[in-house]
Design a protein around this ligand. Structure first.
Ligand SMILES: Cc1ncc(COP(=O)(O)O)c(C=O)c1O
Length: 396
């Protein structure tokens, strides 16, 4: 048997690849510092776990409605109203097995082969693969300044084949957060050009320095007809393993996504849905505690990286990643004789020679950078920064 052409085209996830390699080295007893993880290091709050246990004890272990239980779709609608000021009915909401699944459903139901999708660089790895799986073409778009696109970027890049723009604020991997003004500028260009938007808002609750992440639909309500909002409980409530994400958008698209889901995965896990209801409607203190911890770590890591000669690290306003530019170090050689001339060689040498795992920027379409997740404790961050400093000092 041979795998299909479609499957042959899928590249492995570079972020998972580095995390897996680090895990293998760790299992061999090596003292690895992992900055690769895309998930909070905190435990899922107890009230959420208890809700799942109660659901299990009560026998809530069977199929549910494909589109998710009404209580969860209602909790999502209430959250969209209270947090984002948006009006969605439960028919405009689909619960899926993680936000990644919501994204996949959305691309599959919106893209025809040959359609183009504007993907601002640097972008999260899975967008590209999912879009390509639909037979559509990724048009990687360079940011203007501060790693952000503008309305004019869209006007310049739009062709007759452009169907969608993917917006991810706060961003993985850069941590940039678009302001209301910037979203308005982008939204106006979208309305002018007739594009659709996939707005991935999964990191909305992790922002710093008093900045609030806005949904583009909240900034220009007319965009509701043109936008699929993607979100979930994975990051905000440290529930990455529970696999609950959701999409909110025009009813006809949500319905099509539900039909696709009905024939692929069916409903997301029953008791995980009950836990997600508790996450969205229960106490929210854990979210602000996590956010405060991330902020302290961000402050430390940005300062530490910028104190290393040859590394320039922008100060991100959201998510839990830093995305330093390491390209000034390209052309140098490690003590073991490895030439560092790309983000891949930088990341490999750093892992092999200093046992520090970072994700090469190449995976996000930009080779000057590497991504570090600060979803790990302070002691780990400090140790990792010392090792990176040592690594850079010894380059010649
Ligand atoms: C930008 C972005 N969107 C979506 C996801 C997927 O979230 P989930 O774990 O809910 O599938 C991730 C996870 O890393 C992400 O970084």
């Amino acid at each position: 048997m041979e795998v299909s052409q479609r499957a042959k085209g899928i590249l492995p996830s570079a972020t998972l690849a580095i995390t897996n390699k680090a895990k293998v080295l760790k299992s061999q007893g090596l003292d690895i510092i992992g900055f690769g993880a895309g998930e909070p290091d905190f435990d899922t709050p107890d009230n959420i776990k208890e809700a799942a246990c109660t659901a299990l004890k009560e026998g809530f272990t069977k199929y549910t409605a494909t589109e998710g239980i009404i209580a969860l779709r209602k909790a999502v609608a209430d959250k969209l109203k209270s947090r984002n000021g948006l009006d969605y009915t439960i028919d405009e909401i689909l619960i899926s097995s993680g936000a990644k699944h919501s994204l996949f459903n959305a691309f599959m139901c919106l893209l025809n082969p040959g359609d183009e999708v504007l993907l601002p660089l640097p972008y999260w790895v899975s967008y590209e693969e999912q879009i390509r799986l639909c037979g559509a073409k990724v048009v990687a778009v360079n940011p203007e300044t501060n790693l952000k696109i503008t309305g004019d970027t869209i006007r310049r890049q739009k062709t007759s084949k452009t169907k969608l723009l993917v917006l991810n604020s706060p961003s993985n991997p850069t941590g940039v957060v678009y302001s209301k003004k910037e979203l308005k500028d982008i939204g106006e260009a979208v309305l002018e050009t007739g594009l659709g938007i996939i707005s991935d808002e999964i990191y909305e609750d992790f922002t710093y320095d008093g900045i609030k992440a806005e949904s583009i639909v909240g900034v220009i309500p007319k965009l509701k007809e043109h936008t699929i909002i993607i979100n979930g409980v994975s990051k905000t409530y440290s529930m990455t393993g529970w696999r609950i994400g959701y999409a909110a958008g025009p009813q006809n698209i949500i319905k099509a996504m539900g039909n696709l889901q009905a024939h692929s995965t069916s409903n997301p896990t029953s008791f995980a849905q009950k836990a997600a209801v508790e996450a969205l409607t229960g106490p929210q203190e854990s979210v602000s505690l996590m956010c405060q911890a991330f902020c302290k770590r961000r402050d430390y890591i940005v300062k530490a990286l910028n104190s290393i000669s040859g590394i320039r690290c922008p100060n991100p306003s959201g998510a839990f990643y830093v995305f330093p530019d390491v390209s000034d170090l390209y052309g140098k050689t490690t003590p073991k004789g490895t030439l560092v001339n790309s983000s891949q060689s930088f990341a490999s040498a750093l892992l092999e020679e200093e046992l520090v795992a970072v994700v090469p920027g190449e995976a996000f379409g930009t080779d000057q950078y590497v991504r570090l997740s600060y979803a790990c404790d302070m002691a780990t961050i400090k140790k990792g920064m010392e090792r990176i400093e040592h690594f850079v000092k010894n380059l010649s």
